[in-house]
Ligand binder design. Structure first.
Ligand code: NAD
Length: 310
């Protein structure tokens, strides 16, 4: 029997993930969707009238689906959608497969997992946050960081098959919530590199160096990294990067601030020493509140720090 898919959260990422599912799933499979913004449901249902079906709430989605994916902004939304009144857990999810792809704190995820396990011991629930941005979601090239070990689940083939319709990579990170821990650690590193890369580029440029030469030096030297190679914070170095397009259509600076903040909470909880984090968080916080920077791609820290964009 073809399994019915449920999808909750049709925002910047969810819309494209559902679009890819609708384009690639076998012809007879249905996708049951819900978002609190009715216009977002109308958009996708109108685009795929035979295939994508709007629902009245998370319980309705869960009643009608065998596999349910959530893609929501924050931990509180995830808790509400699973455990709140009319939530997924008010449906009998029995042996269904539940996957949360949101970037949230590990504590919220584990709280929901605990709730599900107590109520429905046979239900599978995984964290599978993604990386690759809105462009990656549209192109179907996002990476999934899956919270399970290499060989601990019968669900793995099904999960990999499903993720291959929306992305191009799956990394199994260990156990429950490890996908989220990996994602937060990744964004911490990538965010901090964006700041330090902006500073390094700026000091070189003020010393008279051509920024293109600097980027080539890093690429050939010990500082080689993806931010400088493909998402250089200085406009004009990486042609497809948000910085070369007015810092538009990237990963918003306020989302980076939130992820760094979640990463620092995690670091504190596990007793990890952290000397750079508070400065990084403060920098992204101030950039998020700066009129010239807010709502722009996080690499706009180069502008915030006074870099020369000409
Ligand atoms: P978004 O805000 O565009 O979309 C979230 C959607 O969830 C919205 O449409 C909202 O209406 C809906 N929603 C909120 N509460 C709901 C509820 N109770 N019931 C149903 N729907 C509800 O966010 P996004 O950019 O799509 O990101 C989603 C998640 O993915 C976030 O955790 C984000 O950090 C993460 N993420 C985003 C990117 C990116 O580049 N945008 C990249 C990787 C990961």
């Amino acid at each position: 029997k073809t399994k019915a898919i449920g999808f909750i959260g049709l925002g910047n990422m969810g819309f494209w993930m559902v679009t890819n599912l609708a384009n690639k799933l076998p012809a007879n499979s249905k996708i049951h969707v819900f978002d609190i913004i009715p216009a977002l449901m109308d958009d996708i249902c109108t685009k795929y009238p035979e295939r994508v079906i709007g629902c009245s709430g998370p319980k309705d989605v869960a009643d009608k689906s065998d596999i349910i994916i959530t893609m929501l902004p924050e931990g509180r939304h995830v808790k509400e959608v699973y455990m709140g009144p009319g939530g997924i857990c008010s449906s009998d999810v029995g042996e269904k497969l539940l996957i949360d792809c949101s970037t949230i704190d590990t504590g919220s995820f584990l709280e929901v997992k605990d709730h599900i396990t107590k109520k429905f011991p046979r239900t599978s629930f995984y964290d599978a946050p993604v990386s690759g941005g809105v462009i990656g979601a549209e192109r179907g090239t996002i990476a999934f960081f899956l919270g399970c070990a290499e060989d601990d689940t019968n669900d793995i083939q099904e999960l990999k098959q499903l993720f291959s319709l929306m992305g191009s990579k799956v990394i199994q990170c260990g156990g429950a919530s490890f996908g989220l821990a990996a994602k937060l650690s990744n964004n911490y590193l990538s965010g901090m590199i964006s700041i330090i890369a902006s500073e390094a580029m700026d000091m070189g440029m003020r010393s008279g160096l051509d920024p293109r030469v600097l980027a080539r030096v890093y690429a050939a030297g010990t500082a080689q990294n993806t931010i400088c190679d493909s998402f250089n914070p200085v406009p004009g170095i990486s042609p497809d990067a948000p910085s070369s397009n007015g810092y538009r259509n990237g990963f918003k600076v306020q989302l980076m601030k939130r992820d760094i903040s979640l990463a620092l909470d995690m670091a504190r909880r596990v007793g990890s020493t952290n000397v750079m984090g508070s400065v990084g968080l403060q920098t992204f916080k101030e950039a998020s509140e700066d009129e010239r920077c807010k709502d722009s791609d996080s690499r706009v820290v180069f502008r915030y720090l006074g870099g020369n964009e000409d």
